[in-house]
Ligand binder design. Structure first.
Ligand SMILES: CC(C)(COP(=O)(O)OP(=O)(O)OC[C@H]1O[C@@H](n2cnc3c(N)ncnc32)[C@H](O)[C@@H]1OP(=O)(O)O)[C@@H](O)C(=O)NCCC(=O)NCCS
Length: 179
């Protein structure tokens, strides 16, 4: 995190319906196309979102967004009762990136996920970014599904989240159209 980051006073809160148009613009401008923004809307519409939060600056402006969707464990095996979420996507306005907003948002939202009883979080993203939050590609090798390799990482939020692996999982349906 940079020095400038520590100067930003952020509030991290759940998304409300009124935020949705700004959230769509934010995600579309953070990524090269609006594919990720459409993914979030589909996840929202099909009830797959476990947690959706925004970072709001001291002027009340939304500066970052993160979504977590339900991942379903296979119906057999020790881990079938695990609560598993997928982090995707996370976005910060291009002109506000690298000021600590993404890190603050991810750290706070992971804490919230822990509070609401999630056991395991999965992410597909840059191996240079997510390990700083505890995401681990080695742990993710025990999670069988459509993704593999070092960009696929896992973070256990509870003892069960690592103890009850290996496990086979399915991601929410909108991911099938997205990839
Ligand atoms: C990724 C993103 C959410 C990070 O938020 P941020 O506020 O810019 O990040 P922070 O200021 O908290 O952290 C900055 C660090 O993240 C790294 N980082 C930012 N984007 C990165 C990326 N796409 N890949 C790898 N590292 C990245 C920076 O290099 C910096 O690293 P350092 O601390 O070692 O110098 C933001 O850059 C973004 O919206 N990017 C475009 C969309 C995107 O790629 N989302 C993630 C896809 S999984």
């Amino acid at each position: 995190m940079t020095d400038a980051a520590t100067a930003i006073a952020l509030t991290i809160r759940n998304v409300s319906e009124n935020d949705e148009p700004v959230v769509r613009d934010l995600i579309s401008s953070a990524f090269p196309s609006d594919a990720e923004a459409r993914l979030v809307e589909k996840l929202r519409d099909c009830g797959a979102l476990v947690l959706e939060q925004v970072a709001v600056d001291e002027d009340g402006a939304i500066v970052g967004h993160v979504a977590y969707s339900r991942v379903t464990p296979a119906a057999i095996g020790a881990g079938q009762a695990l609560q598993i979420a997928c982090l995707a996507p996370v976005s910060v306005w291009p002109d506000k990136q690298r000021k600590g907003i993404g890190s603050a948002l991810i750290t706070a939202s992971l804490e919230k996920l822990k509070e609401i009883g999630e056991d395991l979080v999965l992410v597909l993203g840059p191996p240079s970014y997510y390990p700083r939050f505890g995401f681990d590609p080695v742990l993710a090798r025990k999670v069988q599904g459509p993704y593999a390799g070092d960009p696929f990482m896992a973070l256990a939020l509870t003892d069960d989240g690592s103890r009850l692996l290996p496990i086979e999982v399915a991601f929410a349906t909108p991911f099938e159209e997205f990839v």
